[in-house]
Structure formats: structure tokens, C-alpha cells
Design a protein around this ligand. Structure first.
Ligand code: RP5
Length: 162
């Protein structure tokens, strides 16, 4: 069976951020396929991926990019699958360029946009799992256990770290 989640990113340089989406999915036992798909450097690969994503068996796509981050919107334009966008933190503008590029989609072609950087990537993985869990009771139970463990890990009082 093919992986239900595709994680695509515009560059190898996005991987240190996007691997947090992969790690969140790993923690929940959700298979995923990670690929570099650049909207401007590999446009033919972008079209091939986005047009074929549903036929490949993907159910949710996570797309991360930085700067003029048109990748998530272009993917969303060519598939009916839900697309979760992750703004990668850029050097020049700290990811605010990425965020605005991804979040400001005109009405009609949605991209569900997460926070800038690692937190956004992690939450994209968790959100993709939550979408899949609506039709997968075992995954829903793993997601509940993940959240319960997270709650348990929070101490009631702070301690000195040194
Ligand atoms: C975007 O340009 C990528 O998503 C990346 O965040 C940014 C910089 O890419 P590199 O120059 O590091 O390859 O396409």
C-alpha cells in the first residue's frame, strides 16, 4: 500500500525544517514519502507530482517552501487533495515572506497554512495524521495517546535548569 502522506519541499535546504513533519508522522506510525519538488527549479516535476498525487494514493500533502514560496499554492492548484503549507524560515526576512506567500491564497484554492519553521512542520505532520484519523480508528487512538503523553510530560512547577 502506498504512503498516505506526501511531504514535498522546494529545496534540500528545507529538509532540516521539514524533517519535523516526518518525525511527527513517524511517532504516530503514519507512512510518508518525502520529495524535493521546486516550483521554479523543477517545474515539470511539480506538475507531474501534483497532477499524479491522488492516483499515487496520497491522501494529504504537506508542502514546505521558503522565500517566494509558491510551491504549496501551485500544488493545491493541481490537486483536489488537502494541502498543508509550511513556511520555511528564510534568511532575508525570517520566514515572513514565506508565510505571506503561502497563507494569502485567493479564494477558491485553499492551502492550510501552519506556523513558520519547525513548529509549523511538526504541526503539519500532526494535522495530516488528524485528517487521516477521521477514517482510521487505530490512528485516532494513537493520536489520543500522543496527546495524553504530551500532557503528562508537563511538570506542574518549574525547576532551575543549571
Ligand atoms: C525555495 O527557496 C526553497 O523552498 C528554499 O526554502 C529557498 C532557498 O532554496 P535554496 O537556495 O537553499 O536551494 O525554493
Amino acid at each position: 500500500m502506498s504512503a498516505p502522506v506526501a511531504i514535498v519541499m522546494g529545496s534540500q535546504s528545507d529538509w532540516p525544517t521539514m524533517k519535523h513533519a516526518a518525525e511527527a508522522l513517524d511517532a504516530l506510525g503514519v507512512a510518508h514519502d518525502c520529495r524535493i519538488v521546486s516550483a521554479h527549479r523543477t517545474p515539470a516535476r511539480l506538475v507531474s507530482f501534483a497532477e499524479g498525487a491522488a492516483d499515487e494514493g496520497f491522501k494529504v500533502i504537506i508542502a514546505g517552501a521558503g522565500g517566494a514560496a509558491h510551491l504549496p499554492g501551485m500544488v493545491a492548484a493541481m490537486t483536489h487533495l488537502p494541502v498543508l503549507g509550511v513556511p520555511v524560515q528564510s534568511r532575508a526576512l525570517s520566514g515572513q515572506d514565506s508565510l505571506l506567500s503561502i497563507v494569502q491564497m485567493p479564494g477558491g484554492v485553499p492551502v492550510g497554512t501552519l506556523a513558520i519553521g519547525e513548529a509549523g512542520a511538526k504541526n503539519a505532520g500532526l494535522l495530516a495524521a488528524a485528517v487521516l484519523a477521521t477514517h482510521d480508528e487505530a490512528l485516532a487512538e494513537r493520536l489520543k495517546a500522543y496527546r495524553a503523553a504530551q500532557t503528562q510530560s508537563v511538570a506542574e512547577r518549574p525547576v532551575d535548569s543549571n
